[in-house]
Write a protein that binds this ligand. Structure first.
Ligand SMILES: C[S@@+](CC[C@H](N)C(=O)[O-])C[C@H]1O[C@@H](n2cnc3c(N)ncnc32)[C@H](O)[C@@H]1O
Length: 313
């Protein structure tokens, strides 16, 4: 059950692969008891933020004193920053895109989408988050527009770094969600938003911190060679490095929760994560995911939640 829609009701403003909306209450069940009881978090870190499902849930339902969000994808972090700093200008651009796009017939919509996609791919910008220009705001509007109108809301770049997702088929997409952008902007005001590798967070994390780690999942199928995430590689070597990071922050007394796929869905003898996180608690939980390559068939599969504290009653 989702609990976004209370009070300020901020929710993820992008569809994002691996979004955790459906697992929120399961993840919350695995929180440290004292945090569940007090509903208070001194320092919250989400180091693979993506669409930020858990961040928004916590900002709506908990008293979060400080929050830090990280992602390696600069386009995503640009969009967070523009919503934080320039919600009004962004809303104006998005409403304009919506007014132009929605009344069109399918073929004209497709042409319009391809025009925006082309301009996004041609007009590269400097990702200087300190010095904003109109170009940053325009780019954020293009990212949100494409996310709402492309196939499956994917964010995918080809080898040349171009966004190459085809046009989707949504009857009445909400491109300009003014209410949510304003609500998100308010929540982000006191949040640090950082573009970079998750390890950049290490020095700031301390024993008052709750850390959620939701890396690109390890592919379940051995046949799949998919280990890149919008152009950012995440191979088994990266998973092992992340396991070492998890150990290091655990040694500091941090409370950390990590999610990943469960290789045992496909191969009962695959102990990759059981070995990597053998010093911690691994719980297997059920999630609804696409279970074949064309993404149409969905079913229940196990995922893992790793915690570094004992909390289950
Ligand atoms: C599974 S998604 C997170 C989904 C998110 N929890 C949600 O609810 O939408 C993983 C994210 O990690 C980011 N990422 C990949 N490699 C990274 C790295 N080395 N450091 C930080 N972020 C990374 C990707 O850009 C992606 O947004």
């Amino acid at each position: 059950m989702l609990k976004y829609d209370n009070n300020s009701g901020a929710k993820p403003f992008l569809k994002w692969a691996g979004g955790k909306s459906q697992l929120l209450t399961t993840i919350e069940d695995h929180f440290p008891e004292e945090i569940k009881k007090s509903k208070k978090i001194e320092k919250y870190f989400e180091v693979f933020v993506g669409g930020g499902a858990l961040y928004f849930y916590l900002m709506n339902n908990y008293n979060v004193k400080e929050a830090y969000l990280y992602d390696i994808n600069p386009e995503l972090i640009l969009t967070y920053n523009v919503i934080k700093n320039n919600p009004k200008e962004l809303i104006e651009l998005l409403c304009n895109l919506q007014e132009k796009y929605v009344p069109l017939e399918h073929d004209d919509r497709k042409e319009y989408y391809l025009k925006i996609r082309k301009s996004f791919n041609n007009d590269l910008i400097d990702f200087d988050f300190e010095n904003y220009s109109d170009a940053h705001i325009t780019r954020a509007s293009q990212i949100i527009f494409m996310n709402k109108t492309c196939f499956n809301g994917l964010f995918r770049l080809n080898k040349k770094g171009e966004f190459n997702v085809p046009h989707g088929r949504y009857k009445n997409p909400l491109i300009c969600d003014e209410k949510n952008i304003k609500a998100v902007s308010k929540k982000l005001k006191d949040t640090y938003i950082i573009n970079g590798n998750y390890t950049v967070s290490e020095d700031l994390i301390d024993d008052n911190s709750l850390v959620y780690l939701d890396p690109p999942y390890r592919p379940i199928s051995k046949k799949s060679s998919f280990t890149t995430y919008a152009g950012f590689e995440f191979t088994d070597t990266h998973q092992i490095e992340l396991g070492e990071f998890y150990k290091r922050i655990s040694d500091k007394g941090v409370k950390a929760i990590l999610s990943n796929s469960d290789p045992k869905n496909e191969d009962e003898t695959d102990n990759f994560f059981d070995d990597l996180y053998k010093d911690f608690t691994i719980d297997r939980v059920q999630a609804k995911r696409s279970i074949n390559s064309n993404g149409k068939k969905r079913g229940l599969i196990n995922e893992i939640l790793v915690t570094n504290y004992d909390n289950l009653t």
